[in-house]
Structure formats: structure tokens, C-alpha cells
Design a protein around this ligand. Sequence first.
Ligand code: AMP
Ligand code: GLY
Length: 437
Amino acid sequence: MKILLIGSGAREHALAWRLAQSERCTALYCAPGNAGMEECAERVPIATEDIPALVNFTKEKAIDLVVIGPEGPLVAGLTDRLQQAGIKVFGPTAAAARLEGSKAFMKDLCRRYKVPTAAYGCFSDIGAARTFIAQHGAPLVVKADGLAAGKGVVIAGTTQEAEEAASEMLSGRAFGAAGRTVVIEEFLEGPEVSYFALADGRTVLPLASAQDYKRAGDGNAGPNTGGMGAISPAPALSPELARMVDEEILKPVIAGMAKEGCPFTGVLFAGLMIVKGRPVLLEFNVRFGDPECQTLMMRLENDLLEVLVACAEGRLGDLKEDIHWKQETALCVVMAARGYPGPHARGSVIGDLAAADSLPGVKVFHAGTERDEQGRLTATGGRTLGVTARGTSAEEARKTAYEAIEHISWPGGFCRGDIGHIFEIYGKNEDKISISF
Ligand code: AMP
Ligand code: GLY
């Protein structure tokens, strides 16, 4: 099969690495890819937003399957355009991608199908939002309805902060059209976990859990980021809780989407909070998480291509093999350019990665890397490398990942030193809760 993978992050490097290992894969192209992906794929210089050029390329090369990594092209309708051209796609249509692309759509769907989420209201008018805020009191969480690159959520400790956030979003100043509707919801507390499942429109196939470390600094300090590290499986998700996620959240949502005429095909990533021993849905993403995907690809035993093709063809129910995971922990430490998520320099040189990459149980995935004229590896973005290791315990995986980092010379980069650490905080009613986000 000839495959085209869309995206350029470490998530896509991890997917490319596993797709290229499949016996059925005869050619793998990445648009636009990164320098690290050159080890297993041919790069195509087309941007992820350039839908007409991606469709043309797919037809020209007679691609058999397109795998879409990031949410932008999914929400913009890349799947629909490719399917209209008769091409097989792993990833939801624009209508199904509204589970991530519109928080109001997601919340209303959950209400209709009785899926546990935080209590909420949706507003496009500041007057009605103010009334709701006054009635409910702080703390509250204010969210822009549309895609806002992970920045559209404000945890408001006072009603004044909530009003200001809602007003900034509704005016269009904060996030443009993505903020013209806001969701205001109840503030919840508890450990957070990421949970992944495949769906082919009807059948749900649970994959695995992971935990994301979202803050830039050690001890969960500093600003929010796209994710500075991850561990899989998530320590906070017991098998019993995972069953509750399948039954109470994923199955009703997938059945609901089919019933409403927008069946969901692809990977559904549930962002969950465990509240008083029950999983509550915070958000859906319609793609793999980054850096969570890197840890999942290190643990997956199946042929990834077989699984994604079965999903795209609506055949998850008759997959010959169950999904098997290595009974080990995988842990990813993200190395980012100094200053990330704030302003950071571009073009700093990264030393040779071979020593780190050749350690047993280690794989270094690239996100923002390119080669300069002298063939040196340089950093082109914020999050740049995902140093990922497997171990028989979280501690072993952690030690191996940090040992690999010792072998990497990149003065322009930094990483957290505490990925894998489980933090304990106290909830409102003095319950001790473990948290590692
Ligand atoms: P989201 O993009 O909806 O996942 O929100 C980003 C982050 O905001 C989550 O990972 C949580 O840490 C936090 N968050 C979102 N919704 C809530 C909520 N209702 N209560 C408390 N924290 C929340
Ligand atoms: N790591 C969270 C995300 O990919 O959205």
C-alpha cells in the first residue's frame, strides 16, 4: 500500500515509524514531515492546510490510504475532500471532527446522550453569559467554542475574571471567530488522564491510556504548553475506570454520532478527569495526542497499518487480531527550544542524536527539526524532540529516557526533569488526589 501521512510533529514521526514497519507498506510519504521522518518516509513539500494540493498529490501518486495527524485539516474538511475523490482516509469528516472543533457541539451532544461532563451553558451574547456567571458563582471555566491552539480555556477564580474572559472571547479579540460562542462550565478537580479509542463509525475499539504533563516547568509550574512529556499507561486509570469510560462515554458518543448522521471514523482522544471515583469528560480531540502518541507507538505490538486500514474501511469489528500492548511503561520527555511556550530562538544547532537513539528501548522522535546547508540538525519550532523510552516500570522508563537526554547536546533546548513523577495535591474537601498533568 502507498500511504500519505499528513503532519510534521513528533506524533507524526511516531506514526510514520510504525507505518513503515508494516509489510504491507510499499511507499510512505509525509506532507510536510520533518528531518527526523526522512529515516522512514519521503517528504512532500505541501502544507497541511493546502487541501487542493494534497488531493492532487494523492491522485497523482495513486495513494491507497491517507492518515491525517493534526486537527486543523480534519476540522477544515480534508477527509471529506479526499473521500469525494474516492480516496481511503484514516480521520473523521468535518461534521464528525466537530467533537473537537466545537465545544458547544460536543457539550450539547453529551447532554443529549447523557454522557458525564461538567455542567455548562453556551453563549454568544455577553448579557446572557453575565447572568449565568452571576447565578453560578466562581470558580468557573470559560472556553472558546472553536479551535484555539490549546489556549482557549480560562480557569476563572472570580466572577470578574470569568466575565472578562467571556467578554474578550465574545468580542472576537481573543480568538477571532473561534471565540464568538463560549462555553462556561463548572470547575472540577481531580487527576486528569488521556484515553484513546478507535472508531469506524459504529464499532469502538479501546486503545490505551496516557498521562500528559502540560505545564512548562518542573513541579507543574509555569505556563500551559502543548505537552512537555507523557507516560503510558496512565497511573490514575484503573481497569475498572477504563471500563466506565468505554461504557459511559465512548459507546454512547459513537452511537449518538451515527444516529445524528455524522458517524465518527478515526481516533477519538478523550481528555478525562477522575472526579469522586468516576470519569468525567473534559474534552474530545479527534486525533492522537502529542506527546501521548509517542508513548502509545512504543507500546503497540500490532501492525499499525492493518489496524488503521480496518478502521478506515469500517471493519474494526472483524479485525483478525486483538490490539496488544507491551506490558511495559513508555515515557516521553519533550525537549523544547529555550523560552517555549513564549518567544524562542529558531535555528539553534542540535548535536548528534545517534548515541541517544541507539540505547536499548529508546527512540528519539523529531518535531520541529530541519537540516541546515552544512547538514547539521537545527530546531525550527518550540517542542523539538520527543525522547521516548520503554521500561518494565515507570521508574526504569524514566531513568532510561533521562539517560538518553544526557547524550544529547543542545544548548538551545530544555526539558522538564520530573516527567513520570506523580504529584499529590489536596482537593476542596481535603481528599488527597494524585495528579500529573
Ligand atoms: P480542554 O482544552 O477543554 O481540555 O481544557 C484544557 C485544560 O483545562 C484541561 O486539561 C484541564 O486541566 C482544564 N479544564 C478544562 N475544563 C475544566 C473543568 N471543567 N474544570 C477544571 N479544569 C478544567
Ligand atoms: N497533549 C495534548 C494534545 O495533544 O492535545
